[in-house]
Design a protein around this ligand. Structure first.
Ligand code: NAP
Length: 240
C-alpha cells in the first residue's frame, strides 16, 4: 500500500482501533481520532507509530480543525474511515427528541462533517478512499433500534450517492456494514444473548473487530481500485 495516510474516526476502541492496526500493518501512517478515550487513543497511536487527534464528529468546527491538523502534520490524506458511532436500544415510543438528534448528530452528521472537511484535499489530488461504517440494522432494520437503524440506512444512501458524484474525481466511496461484533457497543448483551446470536449466525460465531478491519483494509487496498458504491457486509451470514 506504500506510505499512505489514513484517518480513522472513533479509532480509540473496538472496530475503529482494529482498523487503525490493520491500516498500520498495511503500511499506512494513521491518525487515530478519539472523542473521550484519550489515553487509549494515545497508547494505540504510540503502538502503531500514528497520531492521536481529538474531535467530536458531531461538531463541524471540531471536525474541520481535526482534518486541518492531520493535513498539517502529514501533508496528505489518502484514506478516510468514518467509523465513529453510537447506538441505543429503546422502544420507539420512548425515544426523546434528544435521543434521536444525538444518534443522527454522531452517526450521520459526523460522516457528513468528516467527508466534507477532507474532500477538497481528495478532489485536488484526484484520489482518495472513503469508507463509511453502517450496520446490518441499516439494511434490514432492528427492533428497538429505530433511530440507529435509520441513521445507518442514511449512511448507506450517502455512500451510494457520493460514489456516483466522486467517481469522476478518482475517489472511491464504499460502505462496510457489520453484523454483531464483539465490542463495548454490545456490552449490554449477556453471555446467553451472545450465544443465541452466534447460533443464529450461519458461520456460528459473532464477529471480531478484526473481521471488520479486514473488509476495510481490502476496500483501501490498490486491488479494490475499481470498487465503489458497494456495501460489504462482514456479518457471518446473519443478513444475506
Ligand atoms: P464502540 O466500541 O462503542 O466504539 C465507538 C467508537 O466511536 C469509540 O472509539 C468512540 O470514541 C467513538 N465515538 C463515539 N462518539 C463519538 C463522537 N461524537 N466523536 C468521535 N468519536 C466518537 O463501538 P464499535 O462497536 O467499535 O462501533 C464502531 C462502528 O461500527 C460504529 O459506527 C457502529 O455503529 C458500527 N457497528 C458496530 C457493530 C457492533 O456490533 N459492534 C455492528 C454494526 C456496526 P471515544 O471512546 O474516544 O469516545
Amino acid at each position: 500500500m506504500g506510505q499512505k495516510v489514513a484517518l480513522v474516526t472513533g479509532g480509540s476502541r473496538g472496530i475503529g482501533a482494529a482498523c487503525v492496526r490493520r491500516l498500520a500493518d498495511e503500511g499506512c501512517r494513521v491518525a487515530v481520532n478519539y472523542y473521550r478515550s484519550r489515553e487509549r487513543a494515545e497508547a494505540l497511536a504510540a503502538q502503531v507509530g500514528g497520531w492521536a487527534v481529538q474531535g467530536d464528529v458531531a461538531d463541524p468546527a471540531q471536525v474541520q480543525k481535526m482534518v486541518d491538523n492531520v493535513l498539517d502534520k502529514f501533508c496528505q490524506l489518502d484514506i478516510l474511515v468514518c467509523n465513529a458511532g453510537i447506538a441505543q436500544q429503546k422502544l420507539f415510543g420512548d425515544l426523546t427528541d434528544a435521543d434521536w438528534r444525538r444518534i443522527f448528530a454522531v452517526n450521520v452528521d459526523g460522516v457528513f462533517h468528516t467527508i466534507r472537511a477532507a474532500l477538497p484535499h481528495f478532489i485536488h489530488r484526484k484520489t482518495g478512499r472513503i469508507i463509511t461504517v453502517a450496520s446490518m440494522w441499516g439494511q434490514v432494520g432492528g427492533s428497538c433500534e429505530a433511530a440507529y437503524s435509520a441513521s445507518k440506512a442514511a449512511v448507506i444512501g450517502l455512500t451510494k450517492a457520493l460514489a456516483k458524484e466522486l467517481g469522476p474525481s478518482g475517489i472511491t466511496v464504499n460502505c462496510v456494514s457489520p453484523g454483531v461484533i464483539d465490542t463495548e457497543m454490545n456490552g449490554n448483551l449477556d453471555r446467553e444473548a451472545l450465544r443465541a446470536l452466534a447460533e443464529e449466525t450461519p458461520l456460528g460465531r459473532i464477529g471480531r473487530p478484526e473481521d471488520v478491519a479486514a473488509a476495510v483494509g481490502f476496500l483501501c487496498a490498490d486491488a479494490a481500485g475499481f470498487i465503489t458504491g458497494q456495501v460489504l457486509a462482514p456479518n457471518g451470514g446473519l443478513v444475506i
